[in-house]
Design a protein around this ligand. Structure first.
Ligand code: GLN
Length: 241
């Protein structure tokens, strides 16, 4: 099998090492003999909605988001929405998460339109949410860290990724973190997220492969080290909470 991955705005939206998610997806495929191809797509590049099985959209500061939001308007955003309609998986972190929603309103400046793949809208708060994060999800606890001022609010078409155990969550009020809508996943977890959350990584790979191959059962990997790192990070997050 082959997994086609699109790394969106790799040069602009890759804050706090979010590229580690791409490395994890590739490694977890290759260790199973699955070919993984990564295409880095940035401003001005077009999207072939049939080609990619999984899109990754990382975090970035407001400055980068202005340029990216502008690039996503019109045809590019339409093609990304079409790809999602065709069954592609999409993982979006922080600034990427915000622009997959309806809009992101920074603290000082015009509203940035998103593409509306997630029924979420975000407005900048007057403080930054920074620290370790643990989220209780249907795939077990996810661990990472956050650094955002955006406060995200979920509409009826989306559901939270999970309940905040440690950290501020989407908006520091409702106790939830992230959003899921179909195969579109958004959250504030940097880390990067996937290396220490192998079960979630495999969920994304499975769903992305199923677009092309139908039902897929991934053979298990020896995740001893990953799970030790996961447990250590969760322990530290809960102790310093
Ligand atoms: N600029 C956005 C915010 O501060 C996203 C930041 C990020 O991607 N870490 O909320």
């Amino acid at each position: 099998m082959k997994l086609e991955i699109a790394f969106l705005y790799h040069d602009l939206m890759n804050i706090y090492g979010d590229r580690g998610n791409i490395i994890t997806l590739v490694q977890r495929c290759q260790m199973r003999g699955i070919e993984a191809a990564v295409s880095s797509l940035t401003i001005g590049d077009s999207i072939d909605p049939e080609k990619y099985d999984l899109y990754f959209f990382g975090g970035g500061q407001d400055r980068e988001q202005y340029a990216v939001a502008d690039d996503l308007q019109g045809k590019k955003g339409e093609m990304l929405l079409k790809a999602i309609e065709y069954g592609a998986v999409s993982l979006n972190i922080c600034g990427g998460y915000q622009l997959m929603g309806h809009y992101y309103q920074p603290d000082d400046g015009p509203k940035l339109p998103g593409i509306g793949a997630l029924d979420v809208h975000t407005v900048a708060g007057n403080r930054r949410f920074i620290g370790n994060v643990v989220v209780d999800t249907e795939w077990g606890e996810l661990v990472g860290f956050e650094n955002h001022s955006g406060l995200s609010y979920i509409g009826a078409k989306a559901r939270p990724l999970g309940k905040s155990v440690v950290g501020y969550g989407n908006n520091g009020q409702d106790g939830f973190e992230g959003a899921v809508q179909g195969k579109v996943y958004g959250c504030y977890l940097h880390g990067s997220l996937l290396p220490k959350n192998p079960r979630f990584a495999d969920l994304l790979i499975t769903q992305a492969l199923e677009r092309r191959y139908g039902k897929v059962e991934l053979p298990p990997l020896d995740d001893g080290i990953e799970l030790q790192a996961h447990a250590a990070a969760i322990k530290r997050a809960k102790e310093t909470h």
